[in-house]
Ligand binder design. Structure first.
Ligand SMILES: [Fe+2]
Length: 451
């Protein structure tokens, strides 16, 4: 007999994998998911025969002995060796890798670009990638590249993976679908996605044209930053990262797989879709994150903390506290600090700062830093608020003030960033950017107490 107080009477969740259909919550979890019932072996990885005649295969994102190791076990229609034949070199001239140092390009400077406009040309995820800067060396797996993508066409029977890098994707316009070996991620502005090294996928346009930013991380994977004294909550929270549930297709059609490997691109022809993983378990997976769930913390009495408090993800470099890449988010927030110059202060920094505007207005640059636009403040080059921002912040009545309609980000790296010829010559570089500081005037005349 069931009674309301019967301890055995429980209401069970109707969805087995969290509250967002198609995704599983948690950062770096050891997930398990199957698109067909019973496809995932239980209690072991490598049974003598897998259910449905599937092949078992491990995808390793770290060395076996890394701590913790990151790997995923896939149960697939064909092993990946069937999705990889002889390779033919191809040219994707706008997708550059470090080192890419052009003797005719000066990277020493403060630079800003308008949004790169769309063209009439049909562009895919591969042909529409435009490298802006590179840092480090892809061959030694240190550093990064920053790109703008302009995508108008879906990849059809065409697939890609990067052996060089994981990709952090920051959409600014349009909606994309990443159909990957481990499942489907739909992505729109105000979200980001991480596509791990080695994962095969194709990119479809759900709503175009699509434009956005990519940070290509050659080094150690992105992880959540330590929160230190902030404690267990705020900033990015682990449950807001979403990995896709398993999804596969059984398509026997001539297809191509393009591989980025040591900065070069090669294509191989196969006879079927490689997106044939029916079930998987592990902690090496793509994921997305909704930037609107980022909970910023900041000054609540006076002064201005370092922008590291806005770090969403960090990719370590081996030197503690000095990241290969920090992904930093400047979003809507309240400003309440008393007797304080509230915008970012003037500074010069060993880290190289590449910023992008997703939407709205950035407080240190009310004009000129536009949605879709980028700026670069390279290693040890001074920068800070322009004259308008300085005067406004110096004379404002300091009540509680909400910075609204603003979302910008920074790819910050310990390595100097080199401009590509595209960034220097073809992208809409603002030649007068450096003039934004020209009208800052000398106020000092030796009079004490002058403000
Ligand atoms: Fe800066």
């Amino acid at each position: 007999m069931n009674h309301p107080t019967d301890p055995h009477k429980m209401t069970q969740a109707s969805t087995p994998v969290g509250t967002h259909a198609g995704y599983m919550p948690g950062f770096g979890n050891d997930f398990e998911t199957e698109a067909l019932p019973g496809a995932l072996p239980q209690g072991m990885n490598s049974p003598q025969r897998c259910n449905y005649g599937l092949y078992g295969e491990q995808l390793s994102g770290t060395a076996f002995t890394a701590n913790p190791p990151e790997r995923t076990w896939c149960y697939r229609i064909r092993p990946s060796v069937k999705h990889s034949h002889r390779y033919e070199k191809i040219d994707l001239p706008y997708w550059k890798s470090a080192p890419c140092v052009d003797p005719d390009v000066i990277s020493l400077g403060q630079y800003r670009w308008d949004a790169v406009p769309h063209s009439d040309q049909g562009l895919t995820w591969l042909t529409g990638m435009r490298t802006m800067t590179t840092a480090g060396d892809v061959n030694t797996q240190v550093g990064m590249a920053s790109h703008i993508y302009l995508v108008t066409e879906s990849m059809v029977d065409a697939y890609f993976f990067s052996a060089d890098s994981e990709l952090l994707v920051v959409p600014q316009e349009g909606r994309l679908r990443f159909a990957s070996e481990l499942g489907i991620i739909d992505l729109e502005p105000k979200e980001i996605a991480i596509i791990p090294r080695g994962l095969v996928y194709r990119v479809e346009v759900l709503e175009g044209p699509a434009r956005g930013f990519v940070c290509e991380n050659y080094g150690q994977k992105f992880e959540m930053p330590g929160r230190g004294p902030i404690g267990a909550n705020c900033m990015a929270n682990p449950r807001d990262f979403k990995a896709p549930v398993a999804a596969f297709e059984d398509r026997e059609v001539p297809s191509t797989v393009t591989v980025k490997w040591c900065g070069q691109f090669h294509t191989t022809k196969i006879d079927q879709s490689p997106l044939d993983v029916v079930a998987w378990h592990g902690n090496y997976a793509p994921y997305k994150y909704d930037l609107r769930t980022y909970c910023p913390v900041g000054a609540i009495l006076f002064d201005h903390p370092d922008p590291s408090i806005f770090t969403v993800l960090t990719a370590p470099s081996g030197q503690p506290g000095t990241a290969n890449i920090d992904f930093v988010l400047f979003r809507e927030r309240w400003m309440v600090a008393e007797d304080t110059f509230r915008p970012p202060w003037y500074h010069k920094n060993i880290m190289s700062e590449l910023m992008g505007n997703i939407y709205g207005q950035y407080d240190a640059k009310p004009q000129g830093f536009v949605p879709g636009g980028m700026s670069l403040h390279n290693m040890m080059l001074p920068h800070g608020p322009d004259r308008e921002a300085f005067e406004k912040a110096s004379n404002a009545n300091l009540g509680p003030d909400k910075l609204d309609n603003t979302m910008s980000f920074m790819f910050e790296t310990r390595f100097p960033q080199h401009l590509t010829p595209f960034a220097a010559n073809e992208a809409p570089l603002q030649d007068d950017y450096i003039d934004c500081w020209t009208s800052l005037e000398k106020k000092f005349d030796g009079t004490p107490g002058k403000k």
